[in-house]
Design a protein around this ligand. Structure first.
Ligand code: NAP
Length: 507
């Protein structure tokens, strides 16, 4: 088997993995390698190409602070433009030269004798072993599509498409189509399918709260100003950021303060739907903010179309040609679109990462819950940093801000451990436990706990382990410096730097 030695292995070439590569390079940690199973940069923004895929965070904030883009064409960007942006950032920093695409990590394990990560990869069908001092997980929580566990789904004889793996060759024109799910992806794709399909049934288990989307194209004069007026883009970023943090305060500390948002959502329903019965069906029964607050102007009008039915009776099973609801009614369909989200707290990737005692991340988190220290380091998994790790997700603002906070922490960790000759860094279990107990304590008052909904924000233990409870600037402050006292460290002689050519050995 071929082996390849690097100082830093970065898994994933999406927003977080690419950011890690750029920051490593900028800070003279040039010996890195990015591994990604796809064909280019973009992660979730490469994979989610369903019609209408777009971001619900304004463009100026949903971008790296170190790569502002004056050329955004709209106030909210669509998938293709974000995908192009991410690839342009990669190109301008030359990250592609140190990236292996078509490369799937099959297993990663910590080698305590060598103080290195042994990362087994499948590179276009060839097994390669990458050995790295540091492992950076930029795998993202939205990468493994979740197929609903519905009786008979495997036997469906028509077309099944997951929103994150769109089949652009399938022609929906005139077909009988069902969409399962009414989350962030479904509300974007349904209005498009409603136009193409002969008949569309939308299966809603839980109605989401939806505010209007204030999207518009930018005028040429605005793009000119973004490019030429010093500080303008940062001013816009700052104002969007500040407005969003007000929502964070409501979600975390005072859910009742979100009542005006609920009023806005109710007005959106009233405006978009004429039928009082349908209005009642789409009105959520939990507190606004408990699940992600969605943004759309065309979801309610789509549901109000004559060729669209909203089905709120639960799905009992799926047969070769129909969906059968709990009331025994058969709904014949040609195609089923599953917009049922991702394996966030139970990603199969967690099974493939094995720490110092040989246990997988999945097993460890099964036992103690999905936890990390500062969303980044996990006890028992030395020298591994997770980007968008546990308790870093957001329901109100840009994940790129959180990623950049973690990148500060990552760079400071790399610098401090290098300066002090540290070869092994493992967060102390007592520190990790206390950190997470404090987070859970803080969450008690939050809308995610008190709001009366069930959501993927919770792990198998019923704890909210995906979200950051508070202001994002608090997370930025917490990750500004690598706090070495929180870690058990081992100092030692560093392995001499490898030559640029990978060594080949047979196993
Ligand atoms: P999601 O928010 O998890 O929504 C999944 C939907 O499928 C929910 O309506 C869920 O119902 C339903 N569902 C799941 N399993 C089901 C089953 N067995 N039977 C019936 N219904 C079922 O997934 P998503 O819409 O793909 O979005 C995932 C995340 O991606 C979002 O939260 C967001 O973070 C991100 N996203 C962001 C954007 C953006 O604009 N930035 C756009 C798309 C996605 P319940 O609610 O009852 O569970």
């Amino acid at each position: 088997m071929t082996t390849h030695d690097v100082e830093i292995a970065i898994v994933g070439a999406g927003f977080s993995g690419l950011g890690a590569a750029v920051k490593a390079q900028e800070n003279s940690f040039d010996d890195y390698l990015v591994l990604d199973r796809g064909t280019d940069f973009g992660g979730t923004w490469r994979d989610n190409t369903y019609p209408g895929a777009a971001c619900d965070v304004p463009s100026h904030l949903y971008s790296y602070s170190f790569a502002l883009n004056p050329d955004w064409t709209r106030s909210y960007s669509h998938q293709e433009e974000i995908h192009r942006y991410i690839n342009a950032v990669a190109d301008s920093h030359g990250i592609g030269d140190k990236t292996w695409f078509g490369t799937e990590v099959t297993r990663a394990r910590w080698d305590s004798d060598a103080d290195r990560w042994i990362v087994d990869v499948d590179r276009d069908g060839t097994a390669v072993q990458v050995r790295a001092r540091h492992l950076v997980g930029g795998i993202g929580p939205l990468c493994e599509p979740n197929l609903p566990d519905i009786d008979g789904i495997g036997a469906f004889g028509g077309k099944i498409i997951h929103s994150a793996r769109w089949d652009h060759d399938y022609d929906f024109a005139g077909k009988r189509v069902a969409v399962i799910g009414t989350g962030a992806s479904a509300i974007q794709l349904v209005p498009h399918l409603a136009e193409a399909a002969g008949h569309l049934e939308v299966y809603q288990r839980t109605a989401p709260w939806i505010i209007p989307r204030t999207e518009r194209p930018y005028l040429p004069a605005e793009n000119w100003a973004f490019k030429h007026v010093p500080g303008l883009q940062n001013l816009i970023r700052g104002s969007i950021y500040t407005a969003n943090e007000v929502v964070a305060a409501g979600m975390t500390y005072a859910p009742k303060a979100l009542k005006p948002v609920e009023a806005l959502c109710r007005a959106n329903i009233f405006k978009g739907i004429r039928d009082p019965e349908l209005r009642a069906k789409v009105t959520p029964t939990f507190a606004v903010g408990c699940k992600r607050i969605l943004k759309s102007n065309d979801w309610y009008p789509a549901l109000d179309r004559p060729n669209v039915d909203l089905v709120t009776t639960g799905i009992d099973r799926i047969t070769a040609e129909a969906i059968v609801t709990a009331d025994g009614v058969e709904h014949p369909v040609d195609a089923i679109v599953v917009a049922t989200g991702f394996h966030v707290t139970d990603s199969p990737v967690f099974e493939t990462i094995h720490g110092a005692d040989g246990r997988s991340l999945a097993r460890v988190w099964d036992e103690i819950g999905m936890q990390a220290y500062k969303g980044t380091f996990v006890h028992g998994f030395p020298n591994m940093t997770l980007l968008i790790g546990p308790s870093t997700g957001l329901g109100h603002t840009s994940m790129v801000y959180m990623i950049e906070s973690q990148l500060n922490y990552l760079v400071d960790y790399l610098e401090k451990t290098k300066a002090e000759g540290i070869v092994r860094t493992d967060v102390r279990l007592d520190v990790q436990k206390k950190y997470n107990a404090d987070l859970q304590d803080k969450l008690k008052r939050s809308v995610w706990v008190t709001g009366g909904c069930s959501s993927w924000y919770k792990d198998a233990h019923g704890d909210i382990t995906t979200l950051w409870p508070g202001f994002t600037f608090d997370f930025r402050n917490a990750t500004r410096r690598f706090d070495i006292a929180a870690y058990d460290v081992v100092r030692g002689a560093r392995t001499p730097k490898k030559t640029t050519e990978p060594a080949s050995v047979t196993s």
